[in-house]
Design a protein around this ligand. Structure first.
Ligand SMILES: Nc1ncnc2c1ncn2[C@@H]1O[C@H](COP(=O)(O)OP(=O)(O)OP(=O)(O)O)[C@@H](O)[C@H]1O
Ligand SMILES: [Mg+2]
Length: 306
C-alpha cells in the first residue's frame, strides 16, 4: 500500500458494476488518511463519486473531505481544454471546437476522445499542472469499464505512433511514458467473485501486459459474502429437520448462503491461481446504499489487505 500511494496516478478499472467507483473512493480515503493530498477523478459520469460523499461534482475541483478532492472529467470539455492548450487561444479553440471540421477530425482520429481524457487525468497527476490547477500528491481515476479502460490507457501510445512528430505526438509520448512507468502509475482491477468477472479480470491483466507492458498492481475482489458457518455448523444445520415452515425457510436460507459463500471463495482461489497480481477481497456490505461510513469501513479493510 505504501508504494501504491507513493505513485502519482492510480487507475481503477474493472467490469461494469464490479465496484470501481467504490474501490476508487475507498483508496482515496485511505491515501488521504496517510496525509496525501488526493484527487478522485471520474470519467464521463455524473458525480457518482461526489454523491458517495453527499456532495455534487463539477468539472472544477470539489473538496469531499480533508485532503480529498474530486473532479468529474467530461470528455467533451476535456477536448476543448486540450485544444485551448494546443492552440493557446481560447477564441480559436472555441471556433474550432464547435465546428464540423473539428467533429470530422475527431471522428477521423479514433481515440482522440480517449487521448484527451487520459490527458486530463495525466495533468491532474503532474507536479506542474498544464492547465494551472492545484497540485495533488496522488490522482486516483475511476476509469471506464475494462474494455474502455484499456482503450483509454492505449490511446497515448496509438497517437504517439501515428503523430510521430509535432506537439501532439510529443505529448502523447510523454503521457504514454508516464502511464507505463510503474514508479508513477499503478493499476487496480476491481472484480466480483463470480466466474465471468474472474475470467475477464485475468484476460484484462494479460491484455494490459501484452499490449502495453503494464502490470496490474492489485486485484480487489469486491462484495464477497461472509462465510458465517464452519463445516461443523453446516453439518448440524443439515441434520436439523423441523416441521415449522419458518424454521425450514431459515435453514434453507442459511444453507444456500453458505453454498454461495463457498462458490465465491472458490472463484477467489481460482483468481489467485490465474492472476499475477496480488488479490485482496472486500466484504459485501449489507446496506441498501453505501455512504461515507461504509466507505470508511471498506477503506480500512483495503488498507489492511493490500
Ligand atoms: N462491498 C460492497 N458491498 C455492498 N454493496 C456494494 C459494495 N461495493 C459496491 N456496492 C454497490 O454495488 C453497486 C456497484 O458498485 P460501484 O458503483 O462501485 O461499481 P462500478 O464498477 O463503479 O459500476 P459502474 O460500472 O456502473 O460504474 C453500487 O450500488 C454500490 O453501492
Ligand atoms: Mg462506477
Amino acid at each position: 500500500m505504501a508504494s501504491l500511494f507513493d505513485k502519482r496516478l492510480i487507475v481503477v478499472t474493472g467490469k461494469g458494476g464490479a465496484g470501481k467507483t467504490t474501490v476508487a473512493a475507498a483508496l482515496g480515503l485511505a491515501a488521504a488518511r496517510r496525509g496525501k493530498r488526493v484527487v478522485l477523478c471520474e470519467v464521463a459520469e455524473q458525480g457518482r463519486l461526489a454523491a458517495l460523499f453527499g456532495a455534487s461534482a463539477t468539472h472544477a475541483e470539489t473538496e469531499l473531505a480533508p485532503s480529498l478532492f474530486t473532479v468529474s472529467v467530461d470528455p467533451e470539455q476535456a477536448k476543448q481544454e486540450w485544444l485551448r492548450y494546443q492552440l493557446k487561444s481560447r477564441t480559436l479553440a472555441g471556433v474550432l471546437g464547435g465546428s464540423r471540421l473539428f467533429q470530422y477530425l475527431t471522428a477521423a482520429a479514433p481515440g482522440l476522445s480517449e487521448l484527451v481524457t487520459i490527458g486530463k487525468v495525466w495533468d491532474l497527476a503532474q507536479l506542474e499542472r498544464r492547465t494551472g490547477g492545484s497540485v495533488f500528491d496522488l490522482a486516483i481515476v475511476d476509469a471506464p469499464a475494462t474494455g474502455h479502460g484499456l482503450a483509454m490507457l492505449r490511446a497515448p501510445s496509438t497517437f504517439a505512433a501515428v503523430a510521430r512528430v509535432g506537439p501532439i505526438g510529443r505529448q502523447a509520448e510523454e503521457i504514454d511514458r508516464f502511464l507505463r512507468d510503474a514508479k508513477h502509475t499503478g493499476v487496480i482491477a476491481a472484480a466480483l467473485p463470480e466466474e465471468m468477472p474472474v475470467n475477464e479480470t485475468v484476460e484484462f491483466e494479460r491484455a494490459l501486459r501484452r499490449e502495453l507492458n503494464i502490470s496490474v498492481d492489485a486485484i480487489v475482489v469486491n462484495a464477497v459474502h461472509p462465510a458465517r458457518f464452519g463445516p461443523d455448523d453446516i453439518q448440524r444445520l443439515r441434520n436439523v429437520s423441523s416441521a415449522n415452515p419458518v424454521t425450514q425457510a431459515a435453514l434453507s436460507a442459511a444453507l444456500s448462503e453458505d453454498t454461495r459463500a463457498r462458490a465465491e471463495r472458490a472463484q477467489v482461489r481460482r483468481l489467485r491461481r490465474a492472476a499475477k497480481a496480488p488479490v485482496a477481497t472486500l466484504p459485501r456490505i449489507f446496506e441498501p446504499e453505501l455512504g461515507r461510513d461504509e466507505l470508511e469501513r471498506l477503506s480500512a479493510e483495503l488498507e489492511r489487505r493490500l
